[in-house]
Ligand binder design. Structure first.
Ligand code: CP3
Length: 363
């Protein structure tokens, strides 16, 4: 794990280890200088790790998300192994929706599958608001993790209304989001009612995580890139604004991420993010021009590059760090989640390389 040797902490008379709020990761999110560019990986806790596969054997995915000791162990595995600058809570975006009463399962090899897809206002009404008691296992897991992690920050997360709505309307994963868009264009009132309900569930879920001590939150709107900017602004953004704006007083950085969002980067920042996640299609200097100078960026190595020979990985890491210097803050990450076939040793080498190449004296 890294040592925070920043001048600010010394000036304030604080100990050099200022806790997660002074970590390189939180500093970069806040566009403050730090000792190096922080790095973590979406899906860092997961199928690329043998120790993960072992501990998950015979435990269904949703059940594993509801066992705080197991969540704690799985969340810590990549921190121990790779020395990443942040942990991300092991969970799934459908966990709060299941807690809200939606009958769903996570099917191995497929993903989330919803028993009765949303079609009517009555279906929307059945999605209940959630309280801490509905997700007490998450509250407990975050508290255990914060105690274990010390100076390493924990990132909480949730799915954004559009991405959640896609699973609920399609009934499962979809390439085109055709049923979702048909509902959005064909019955805007029902669409907005569904997204408003999902925004409340998501906001409550993130509040539980913030109250339990996470140092940052990431809102995953993984599939928002399926929309034009005009449709995003009209049908989706008000609901993501509700979630991110609802956390404005929470005192933790808010990261907003999607895939294929080159045209949406400005709007996703405007929705209330402190950090905008960028996939591999948009260079970080270009992304920064679209997002503006008052937000940090996160990204954006193509996860497939990790499957190439090391010299290719190294060259791409260098390019991304160079382009990231155009941003007022840069959190190194992938452009989307770690692929299951990734060699975990390559991830460890990437962390070391990012730290080495970006090391800088602070004051
Ligand atoms: O790596 C793993 O497979 C871990 C276990 C697992 C997760 N979700 C963890 C998770 C599994 C089997 C799932 C099921 C799932 N959920 C799938 C299918 C996965 C597959 O390839 O079989 C999908 C597509 C979902 C829905 C989902 N979950 C989305 C769209 C997102 C947002 C991130 C993304 O990939 O776009 C999630 C979040 C999620 N699921 C996290 C984790 C650990 C988020 C935190 C992180 O990035 O580490």
């Amino acid at each position: 794990m890294t040592t925070d040797t920043t001048g600010t902490a010394a000036r304030d008379g604080q100990p050099r280890h200022g806790g997660p709020a002074h970590s390189p990761f939180v500093r970069a999110c806040r566009r403050e200088p730090g000792p190096h560019t922080p790095v973590w990986f979406m899906r860092q806790a997961g199928r690329s790790l043998p120790e993960y596969r072992e501990i998950r054997a015979n435990v269904p995915m949703l059940e594993s998300c509801r066992r705080p000791e197991l969540v704690t162990e799985i969340t810590l595995q990549p921190v121990r192994r790779h020395g990443v600058d942040a942990a991300i809570l092991f969970s799934d975006i459908v966990v709060p929706v299941a807690a809200a009463g939606v009958d769903l399962d996570i099917v191995p090899g497929t993903g989330p599958v919803v028993a009765e897809p949303v079609r009517t206002a009555a279906d929307v009404d059945r999605i209940r608001p959630i309280t801490r008691d509905d997700v007490s296992y998450v509250d407990e897991a975050v508290r255990l993790l914060v105690a274990e992690l010390g100076d390493t920050p924990l990132i909480g997360f949730a799915g954004a209304p559009f991405t959640l709505a896609s699973y609920l309307v399609e009934g499962g994963p979809s390439r085109t989001h055709a049923k979702t868009k048909a509902l959005m264009y064909g019955d805007p009132d029902l669409w907005h009612a569904l997204c408003a309900r999902l925004a409340e569930v998501t906001l409550s879920f993130l509040r539980v995580q913030v109250d339990a001590g996470v140092s940052a939150v990431q809102l995953f709107d993984s599939w928002a890139g399926a929309l034009s900017e005009a449709d995003y602004r009209r049908y989706v953004m008000p609901h993501s604004v509700r979630v991110l704006g609802g956390l404005a007083d929470a005192g933790v950085p808010r990261i907003h991420f999607g895939v294929g969002t080159a045209e949406l980067l400005g709007a996703m920042g405007e929705a209330g993010a402190d950090v905008v996640g960028v996939d591999w299609r948009t260079p970080l200097d270009v992304a920064t021009r679209r997002i503006g100078p008052d937000k940090a960026v996160q990204g954006n190595l193509d996860p497939c590059v990790l499957l190439a020979p090391w010299p290719v990985v190294e060259a791409e890491v260098r390019r991304i760090l160079d382009q990231g210097r155009a941003a007022p803050g840069h959190v190194f990450n992938l452009g989307h989640g770690v692929l299951p076939e990734t060699d975990p040793d390559v991830l460890t080498r990437v962390v070391a390389l990012v730290h080495e190449l970006s090391a800088r004296p602070v004051e």
